[in-house]
Ligand binder design. Sequence first.
Ligand SMILES: *Cc1c(COP(=O)(O)O)cnc(C)c1O
Length: 396
Amino acid sequence: MRVPLLDLSEQYRALAEPLRAEVDEILSTQNFILGPKVHAFEKAICRYSGARHAIGVSSGTDALLAILMALEIGPGDAVITTAYSFFATAGCIARVGATPVFVDIDPATYNISPIALERHLAENCTRGSDGTWRDGAGRNLRAIVPVHLFGLCCDMDSINHLANRASLIVIEDAAQAIGAEYPQNGGGAAQAGTMSQAGYFSFYPSKNLGAAGDAGLIVCRDEALAHKLRVCRQHGMEPRYFHQFIGGNFRLDEIQAAILQVKLPHLDEWSAARRAIADGYREEFTRRGLASRIALPAEPYRKYGLTNHHTYHQYVIRTPERDALRQRLNEKQIGNAVYYPLGLHQQQCFAHLGYRRGDLPETEHAASETLALPIYPELTAEQQLFVIDSIAEFLA
Ligand SMILES: *Cc1c(COP(=O)(O)O)cnc(C)c1O
């Protein structure tokens, strides 16, 4: 039985009619850029996430680029982030001329470790007499980009607390985590992306809410920042042909916005289906006594009774025998992937930053042991059982 890591064809089949109707309508109006569809989708995301402002952009990558540009983060500045993420997170920091500074992860959640962050701030950073913070290399400490990896929110209370102490702007990379909830003091939940000054989502086709191409969106609290981001999205242009600062072409287009608008009402049911599959993996691996052989994903917020305590963009297990298991799954035509095989601090393009092997031990360890298994709402029980049986057979 072939089991793909992800198969979007069923989702399309179910929504083909309304999706085609939207595309048809836009083709007949020929209104492709920053029209009513983008505006309506931005409002829908505000309603869905509880964000105050939403700015549709061309991709998750461009979302972070636009945020950094709008905040005037650049040469001489340092931005703290995780090395266990997709490249875009650090790539954008470097593209604006700032330096990405990597802090290690929590090995249970794979998210940035508040303990490692606190240690970095205490050991490498100092507060100047003017109240600004600098790191050991004399760079201005400007921001931190925590990444809600695989659909699980970071420990935002601790991160916001530490960031506040060091006057850091917090920018949430919620590219993989739209809809993911984080428990609030006094009950209730806040959503990924809305717990800091700014956050962003990616609608790359394989993300939980996927466009028919590249698309992204920024959410933020501050009206002035939202305005600046809208201007930044169009080359820093305001009014037309007058440029106050340098932005880019970071626009979300009408077709993508309309497609996302059709899909958004289904997101919660898709997240629930992903969670049910995750529960299935957990129950079966546990029942078969394998949960001690492979580490299953942590679910730190489950106990708070949140609905979307994890949105399982990826279902990632961990074993020292990862590479051999991978080979077995490949032989059985079971889709799988390694997110991510090499920490960002060890990428060739960041060699000049001077990191060495061993500098981020938890990141490096995770990179050698984690494996993503098939998870998507339409995965059948039969397919999942085949994945579980194949892993059990390997471990026997
Ligand atoms: C997908 C992703 C991005 C980039 O989003 P694009 O829309 O592909 O540009 C950034 N960060 C993380 C963690 C991602 O998974």
